[in-house]
Design a protein around this ligand. Sequence first.
Ligand SMILES: C[S@@+](CC[C@H](N)C(=O)[O-])C[C@H]1O[C@@H](n2cnc3c(N)ncnc32)[C@H](O)[C@@H]1O
Length: 320
Amino acid sequence: MDTQLARLHRGAPPQEDSFADNLLEGLAKAPKEIACKYFYDEAGSRLFDAICDLPEYYQTRTETALLARHAGEIAALIEPGAEIVEFGAGSLRKARILLDALDNPRAYTPLDISGDYLAGVVQSLAAEYPTLTLRPMVGDFTGPLDIPTLPDNPRRAGFFPGSTIGNFRPDTALCLLRRMRSGLNGGGLLIGVDLVKDPSRLHAAYNDAAGVTASFNKNLLARANRELGADFDLGAFAHYAPYNAGAQRIEMYLVSLRRQRVSLRGQLFEFAQGEPVHTEDSHKYTIESFREMAARAGFNPRAVWTDEERLFSVHWLESR
Ligand SMILES: C[S@@+](CC[C@H](N)C(=O)[O-])C[C@H]1O[C@@H](n2cnc3c(N)ncnc32)[C@H](O)[C@@H]1O
């Protein structure tokens, strides 16, 4: 089967250019910042997979168990013959649970910004599901969602697991949900959302003992060195991920451990000792606050599944 990646936005600049532009702009700001979507080159995607297996990272285990436990109900809501469009597909591990439960899925369209990694995992999926139509697409789902319609125009259903929605500020998350709704042409969205909980549990999940999340965070700097010829000293930055209880979000930073200067594409950037670079937010919701946002985005929140400890939630949102 042909599993060549299509581009989500024809004519979009190559990833390295937009990463360079984002870094040059973000490091010139006060406070400094780098957009979290640039975590995900091939090395970053592999580090994220390692995070998913950590004992502290309850999110993947809990969401996977919810999907497996409720697969039959989910399949009934999605209906037979649907095209599944997955936003930020990653390893495709969760998609397998869905694909196994669905009645005769028409096609599977995984979208991800991490093109080399997506190409590899799609090859393995194609070998396991030889009769399934696969339409992998590389690109940024925060841009226009130009997903070509199949000739027989099957009903679409979106799949957005991993609480990736939490990486957006609530106002941006609302706009993203609205645009996903219109990209789904009237189809519903199955979405995983991490829940507000004991701050120490959240803190542990983003500050694992093995230091994998720290390596994932620092991959931004390693990637800048690899791809853009920057000279970040990875040992001179620390991973810092506190929980901001007022804003109900984990905030992730790289903190400069000393006064230093970094060169990037002919420009020099000064870092004071203790200066933070913001790299990610991970917003947490209550079931009610997320359903409210989904309704404001034009969805009709229907089923919601959660675990006994109410750590994580999976929602089925119908388009209105
Ligand atoms: C938190 S991980 C979740 C991965 C997987 N869906 C899961 O549930 O384990 C976020 C995924 O979304 C992708 N991603 C992040 N920002 C993106 C963007 N703006 N456009 C497309 N993909 C993006 C990343 O490459 C990564 O695979």
